[in-house]
Write a protein that binds this ligand. Structure first.
Ligand SMILES: Nc1ncnc2c1ncn2[C@@H]1O[C@H](COP(=O)(O)OP(=O)(O)OP(=O)(O)O)[C@@H](O)[C@H]1O
Ligand SMILES: [Mg+2]
Length: 587
């Protein structure tokens, strides 16, 4: 995790870039923003009007005992308050609407974006980290987007109006009540910085906490079988405690800022009372003015507090936005050229030319100067010890990542000249562990060919030896699988994966330990069915069980990322090398 410390050390340029990117999300809602701004101006005007008339009204009613004025107040004031309430509702509503919309757009861009990124992104990032950004940080961004305009426009205008009224009424008194403002700002600034730091750090810990939860939820069978509960709980507690102390630092700063403000404002009130009392005694200030002044001061208090918090709110929101933007600005490691070659029709010829590969996170090379070719329609098998690079080769054929050097050709086209979507449309993949989605059996089988007919699905399922167990489930092909649905055995899942690949009728079928979870009888049945249905297609298979690969046209024996032996089963046995050793050990 390289981005742990990013939050509170944004450079100026970075801040500007982030601001521009965030504003771009508000662009589409400009007209609503204008409406909101207008309503804020109106609101500020109403508030100031109330201050301005409050003094004369109080004086008229209570001192001059003006019954006429009292009637006017009883009729007029409710109207004014209804108006104020309506405008306040409208601008609150508009700003929430804008905040929600912007965040909805960001969330949907995030989802789109992570689908466009290459596997390399997923190697680097923990899913819980991404999740915590999508949930927590986005929440912060939303509240910032929503409140900054309110603080910046509504409250600033209110304060400006109040201050103008205060100066108009009694500039000396106004000046004195303003003098404390810089001190308050300084105190809030210090507290704000503390809050920002603690909040950024706590966001990282939230990611850690959700990671621990996820780990235990997913690995619960292992946790239980190995009595790992206590250790898991202890590890969780560390993160949980850390979160508590970080949060408390944040809350201490927050909790302190309220009372500090109350105290300062109370002291100012005392000063105002004292000064205006003296002014009234000496006849330089009217009682009406005193009341207006007091109202003005009280009205300005809340907005001033908000403006004081504005910076910390902004910083907090920007820190959160930065964490989200880091994901949005990730670039796919596999770059698809703008001009790609057309491969609507594919023969299925595969060629590796001097391919070298090294995973970014590791020092050692996994594939070393690998060269081989597979003709269209051939069945090629890769065998070799665990970690020798077999899955890496399969993933490279799907262009999950590109070689560090050398090239991979498909029908003679360099893979980097092809569109990954076109390319993968021709590929079928079956892996050792099958990912099932929260959806029906039918939908799970047809992910590679949406809209396939039920007959085709049944045919594929029969070939994969899956029809029998699917039919035996109460809802058959409409049974919901996945986390919230029916649980299947490893072999059953793998059969579904095989049906999934078969129905796609790919030009190139990639089988990475595709039948490893099946018993020998069904393995043979499934293999025969695959050959029957997908005859004439190129098959690349990886298997540990050598009986599976015996009939392959070509067998490649890998050793530490290098090609050690190549040939048919018979040829390799005759050669008397690694393959023969492996085969003898298995029979
Ligand atoms: N995402 C990754 N990041 C870093 N290293 C990786 C990654 N995936 C695989 N490796 C490493 O690359 C090497 C080759 O892995 P690969 O999965 O290709 O082996 P394999 O031949 O398929 O093994 P197995 O028979 O156990 O499936 C291993 O040493 C593995 O640790
Ligand atoms: Mg593997």
């Amino acid at each position: 995790m390289t981005d742990r410390t990013s939050a509170h050390t944004l450079s100026k340029e970075r801040f500007r870039l982030l601001t521009r990117a965030l504003l771009a999300y508000l662009g589409p809602y400009k007209s609503r923003l204008y409406q909101a701004a207008v309503s804020m101006v109106i609101l500020a005007a109403i508030k100031n009007l109330i201050i301005y008339i409050s003094g004369p009204v109080i004086k008229g009613v209570f001192m001059d005992r003006n019954a006429h004025l009292l009637q006017l107040v009883v009729l007029g004031l409710p109207l004014l308050f209804v108006l104020r309430m309506t405008v306040e509702y409208v601008n609150g509503y508009l700003m929430s609407w804008i905040g929600q919309r912007a965040v909805q757009d960001i969330r949907s861009d995030l989802f789109d974006h992570i689908h466009r990124l290459s596997l390399e992104f997923y190697w680097r990032r923990r899913s819980s980290d991404v999740m915590s950004r999508v949930i927590n940080d986005l929440n912060n961004v939303q509240s910032t987007v929503q409140f900054i305009p309110l603080y910046g426009i509504r409250d600033s205008l209110t304060v400006v109006g109040c201050v103008a009224v205060l100066f108009y009424i009694n500039w000396r008194l106004a000046l004195i009540s303003m003098i404390v403002l810089p001190a308050v700002a300084a105190i809030l600034g210090v507290l704000g910085r503390k809050m920002r730091k603690a909040s950024a750090e706590s966001n990282v810990i939230v990611g850690e906490i959700s990671h621990r939860f996820q780990e235990s939820l997913q690995g619960i069978t292992v946790v239980k079988a190995f009595n790992y509960e206590d250790q898991a709980i202890a590890r969780f507690r560390v993160a949980n405690d850390a979160y508590f102390s970080k949060m408390m630092r944040y809350l201490r700063a927050t909790a302190l800022s309220g009372p500090v403000m109350e105290f300062v404002s109370g002291m100012v009130m005392v000063a105002i009372l004292y000064m205006s009392g003296k002014a009234i005694f000496s006849g330089t200030m009217s009682t009406a003015n005193f009341f207006s002044f007091l109202m003005g001061y009280l009205t300005a208090y809340g907005p001033i507090k908000n403006i004081g918090n504005m910076n910390s709110k902004l910083q907090q929101g920007m820190a959160a936005w930065e964490r989200i933007y880091q994901i949005l600005e990730e670039k796919p490691a596999v770059v698809v050229k703008t001009e790609t070659k057309n491969i609507d029709r594919l023969e299925g010829r595969i060629e590796f030319r001097g391919v070298n590969y090294k995973y970014p996170s590791r020092e050692t090379q996994v594939l070393k100067d690998l060269s081989f070719s597979i003709a269209p329609g051939e069945v090629a098998a890769f065998v070799g010890p665990s970690g020798s690079g077999k899955t890496t080769i399969v993933h490279m054929l799907l262009r999950f990542f590109d070689p560090v050097s050398g090239s991979i050709l498909l029908d003679g086209h360099d893979m980097t000249d092809l569109d990954t979507t076109d390319l993968r449309a021709h590929m079928g993949l079956v892996t050792q562990d099958t990912i099932l989605f929260d959806d029906t059996v039918y939908k799970n089988i047809t992910i590679g060919r949406p809209g396939a007919s039920m007959d085709e699905v049944v045919e594929a399922a029969k070939a994969a030896d899956a029809h029998a167990f699917i039919s035996s489930m109460p809802q058959g092909y409409e049974t919901v699988l996945g986390e919230r649905g029916v649980k299947l055995s490893g072999g059953q899942r793998q059969r579904l994966a095989i049906a999934r690949a078969i129905i796609k009728r790919p030009k190139i079928l990639l089988l990475d330990e595709a039948t490893s979870n099946l018993d020998t009888n069904s393995e043979q049945a499934v293999q025969a069915a695959i050959e029957r249905i997908l005859g004439g297609r190129t098959v690349v298979m990886v298997a540990h069980r050598l009986s599976t690969v015996k009939n392959a046209d070509k067998i490649f024996v890998l050793k530490k990322g290098e090609l050690a032996e190549t040939g048919t089963h018979q040829e390799l046995l005759k050669l008397g090398g690694i393959y023969k050793g492996l085969y003898e050990a298995q029979t």
